[in-house]
Design a protein around this ligand. Sequence first.
Ligand code: ATP
Ligand code: MG
Length: 394
Amino acid sequence: MNKVILIKYGELTTKKGNRNFFVKTLKKNIKNKLKKYSVEIINDLSRMYIYFEEKDIHEITHIIDHVFGIHMYHIATIADTNVDSIFDVCLELLEQLSFKTFKVETKRSDKSFEFDSPTFSKMLGGYILKNINDVTVDVHQPDITVQVEIREKSSYVYVNNYKGLGGYPVGTQPRALLMLSGGIDSPVAGYLALKRGIQIDAVYFEAIPHTSLDAREKVIQLVKKLSLYTDTIYLHVVNFTPIQEQIYKSCDSSYVITIMRRMMYRIMEELCHRNKAYAIINGESIGQVASQTLTSMSVINNVTNMPVIRPVGCMDKLEIIELAKKIETYDISILPYEDCCTVFVPKHPVINPDIKQAIQMENNFDYQLMIEEAVDSIYTIKINDHFEEFSELL
Ligand code: ATP
Ligand code: MG
């Protein structure tokens, strides 16, 4: 039997004016992800069809399960658009399944087909009852729902519904930069940003020798996980050591984190300009730590005019953890390597910092020059889901 993966777009179809662009981007993304398989991808305004080789089905559906912009998909069997062919295909399909109750749902988009949807559902139901032993119709809670789509060229029969990831295809929004720390929150923030269609690069601030190379490798592994949902992600590694040490020397210890984060934001803004990125994305969550009270956030945010998007801003830690487990970043995130923020964390960080004091303290040193040096010495790693060579880079 000839099979096809039938993709439904869901939320995409609400974007009337942009629909073509969204569908085109989704098709490009799927094509790119499936480039090593022999597939044919065809789309119309409401559906996408992926013709594939049967042996690849598990690998292909695994990939499809990681593509944003898909509401639902089915693995459908193809029939010719005539009663006999649809009946034959249904029977062949159902004979392989074990079930006691069923119902039939028909969608006839080919209006020249001789029977309307309810009539055809009844006909097919009768045919199934006649040809398969010991089954009955149950329209409320059937074991299986036989779904038939009657279209002009071919018709499609399926009994499965696979939920897609939803969201928008990555690339329907321009680039933004994700602050990726190696903790639990920021990879989840990255996943949620990708889900809105945003193309992301990641930025990691490291403070060697205070942080280890293992910490960097952890971030690389996190980027690799995120790249499953998009294509290549560029990871920009910032040497934050000189700035951090200077802050430690020049500022009151309770303000160290506030000022450190103001410096990070300044660097992020400059990187956004250099990389044509339109927003900063991070894993800040309101109230989680001293630097994430609303007062802290406003003092920290004050150094940039870039939009700062905080996808997990209003989520509970437990909700974030649940998502981190789902996207398989959690086990990497909890590896015990120190991050630059945790190494330098003071005993009593200020909860309600005063902006005038922050400015006064950071004016104790020429941070502008240090920021330029940090930005100029960034190195970038290109990472995708088959990236292996950590050791060569470290
Ligand atoms: P996470 O929030 O990812 O669990 P964390 O809790 O250690 O890690 P916080 O101190 O809460 O990080 O920092 C808030 C956000 O700031 C992080 O989610 C991340 O987006 C960003 N951030 C913190 N440290 C770094 C870093 N070393 N490199 C890049 N971004 C960072
Ligand atoms: Mg956090």
